[in-house]
Every structure is written in C-alpha cells, then in structure tokens.
Design a protein. Structure first.
Length: 403
C-alpha cells in the first residue's frame, strides 16, 4: 500500500521551548488579561496596555524573524499562544492574530527586503499596530467585487486611492495596514467575470493625508477588538509601497487567509477550552436534587461530547500546522487543511459554548459569569477569515479538483 501525501502519518513535537512558551503565556494571560476581560468587553475600549505587553513578550510577531523585530518561532508557537490568549479573552487573541497572520505574514512572504525591515519591524515588536483590509460594504466573501480603486498618477510615482473598506479589525488604532484594492481597469480580474480590474496589495501608512477612520462597529462579541470602516479620499501611496506585483493582490490575499484561518481555528479552540473548563467546574460544584449535576447522565453526555469535539478540533488544527510547515519548504498551498481546521474548530466553539451555557442554566445567561462572553465571542469565528459556508466550498472544490 502506497500512502498519498495527505494520508501519511502526521506528527508534531512539542519542544522544551514550546512548553516554556505555553507556561509563560498562560501565566501572563491569567494574571494580566483575565481580570480586565469583562471590563473591556463591557466598554469596548481597546486594551492597548496589555497589547503592548504582548509585544514586549514577542507575541505580536511570534513567527517573524528576529531581524524584523519578531520572536523567530514557528507556527506551532503561534497556535499555542493563540489558544492561551483566547482562553483568557478572545478580543486580545483577535488583535494578536491580525498582527501575526494577516499583516506580518503577507509582508514576510511577498515583500521586498526594504519593505520587511520598514513595515514588519515596528508591528512585530508591538510598537505599532497592524491591520488587514480586504472587505468592502458590497464585497465580503466575493473578494473580487470591489468598488475601491487605485490609479497611477501621470508622473508614475504614486497611486491615488479612493474608496471605502469595511470591517477592518484594529482599524481605529492601526498605524500600518495591508490594503487590497483594484488597479488596471482594462484587465479583467477573472476571465469571463463581470468585475473589471485586478486586485493589488498596498502598504498603507495611516498618518498620511487622505486616510480617514470611519465609524466603529458596535459588535456582539470580541468587543475590545476595535473594528471600523476606513475611507480613502485621494490618498497618495508611493509606488514603492506596492506589495508584490501590481495585479497580484488576489493571490496574496488568499495566501494570507490560509495562515489567518489557522490562527482563527486556534482562537476558536481556545474559546471552546475556556467554556468547557467552566462547564466542567460548574458541573462538579452545582448541586441539584441532593447531588452534583455532574452525576446526572444528561450532563455527562454534554461533557463527553464537548471534550471529544475539542480533541478532534485539536487534531485538525495540528494537521494544518504541519501542512503549513511542509508548504514553507515545498512552496505548495495548505488551503484544504487550513479550511478544515477553521471550519471544525469554529463550529466546535459554537457547540461547546452553547453546551457550557446550558450546563450553567440561568447563571450562564448572566454577565456575572464569563460563559456568556465565550458564547458571544465564539459566534464570529464562523464568519471572519471566510464563513463556514465558504470553508465548505473551498474544501469541496479542492477535493473535486475545481478552480
């Protein structure tokens, strides 16, 4: 029997460095983040102080080389960090994921040496905040349906950018943004498609004239992770700040989303673990009819299902980590593995938080306990970095060999 590449046994080794990282991050998260999580969720304020501390620990650019201000660790380190931070507060893990996977990773993979040094270093070190902007008011899952435009000026020195982007995580505080918008209107983005133009990625300095921060979004969950619209009004972007090739932005966006989906899968797993641990502890302590509710078979069924789904999610997540590692050596994509991990982990988070809330009964519906926050925070993991519906489509099309 000959095993295909996908069917080969997978292994993932936790090194001593990984174990030390988990211990340090867990201690920081429980000591610094847990006590303030409910307060920041209530107010919706951006937790800049603890974000800066995460930067000082090297967490804001954990996969970035030390030469660019990062910690020089691997994808497993990023995933383990995301899980521990998300268990404490999903908002902090969202900020962490955007910085690492969506902003820094794309520049590291597609940027010039000069761009890496200028644009990664201050963000990976936590001195500045990075963001990623793909979505528009009428362009969500269909990334090619953009209305924003970048037009090269007559001198050929700057692109003039106009348009509105929506749902930009960290936009209210971001110093640097990787922006995707349309260029070259005479060239079709997709053969036979209705949309004219090709997507190009730009490196945006938010301090320059023509950059406007729009309204903040009042969100259901991850409320301390600031999100807003951004508007470009004749923003002049130097040609040196094109990321990759002109017209090559769609490939960059999709490549970056592969990495981002692993980050969100880890976030979802962290939320699920926090909710499970809360439900388990409550089932041990809460008594009804003269016995702990954990002694009742219906509660035991919930505990068993929650634990099984969490461990199945972890296996898929680790498989995606291994696939990304292989891809770094081979140059291949790991889209299917990332999409499966993101799909299953996010739906596990939804299931586990719902069951944990049910175990808590009326107390689970109260803001006095964190389980209701886990429930709200888990919902977004099935939407951003591609909805569950998009993940299923991506997985199926890859399996069918469709492009």
């Amino acid at each position: 029997m000959v095993l295909t590449e996908q069917a080969r046994p997978l292994s993932l080794e936790m090194t001593e460095e990984h174990e030390m990282l988990v211990s340090a991050v867990r201690d920081f998260a429980q000591r610094e983040i847990v006590p303030i999580a409910a307060e920041y969720d209530e107010s919706g304020a951006f937790p800049l102080e603890t974000v800066r501390k995460m930067g000082e620990m090297g967490l804001m650019g954990i996969e970035m080389p030390e030469a660019y201000g990062g910690a020089g660790m691997d994808t497993l380190a990023h995933v383990l960090t995301m899980i521990e931070i998300a268990k404490a507060d999903a908002s902090h893990s969202t900020i962490l994921s955007v910085n690492n996977s969506l902003y820094c990773y794309g520049i590291l993979k597609f940027g010039t040496e000069a761009q890496k040094r200028e644009w990664i270093t201050p963000v990976a070190s936590g001195e500045q905040i990075g963001a990623y902007s793909l979505t528009e008011p009428m362009s969500g899952s269909d990334a090619g349906n953009m209305a924003s435009r970048a037009v090269l000026n007559d001198a050929g020195t700057h692109y003039i950018i106009n348009g509105r982007k929506s749902w930009v995580t960290s936009a209210p505080v971001a110093d640097r943004i990787v922006l995707f918008t349309m260029t070259a209107e005479d060239a079709p983005h997709r053969s036979g498609g209705k949309q004219k133009g090709k997507i190009t990625a730009f490196l945006i300095d938010t301090r320059r004239p023509g950059f406007i921060r729009g309204k903040n979004e009042p969100k259901l969950g991850i409320r301390a992770s600031a999100t807003s619209e951004i508007i470009f009004d004749n923003y002049e972007c130097p040609v040196e700040q094109v990321l990759g090739q002109v017209g090559g932005g769609f490939k960059i966006a999709m490549t970056v989303l592969d990495a981002g989906r692993i980050g969100i899968a880890a976030q979802a797993l962290g939320i699920a673990e926090a909710a499970y641990e809360a439900g388990l502890e409550y089932a041990r302590q809460r008594e009804a009819f003269g016995a702990p509710i954990g002694s009742f078979q219906m509660i035991q069924q919930k505990i068993a299902d929650m634990k099984t789904r969490i461990e199945a999610s972890r296996a898929l997540l680790y498989q995606a980590v291994i696939a990304k590692g292989r891809a770094l050596a081979s140059g291949k994509r790991y889209t299917t593995e990332a999409s499966m991990a993101k799909l299953f982990c996010s739906e596990t988070a939804a299931f586990v938080t719902d069951e944990a809330l049910q175990i808590h009964g009326g107390m689970g519906y109260s803001k006095e306990m964190p389980v209701e926050r886990y429930y709200r925070d888990a919902r977004i993991t099935r939407i951003y970095e591609g909805t569950s519906e998009i993940q299923r489509m991506v997985i199926a099309r890859n399996e069918l060999g469709l492009r």
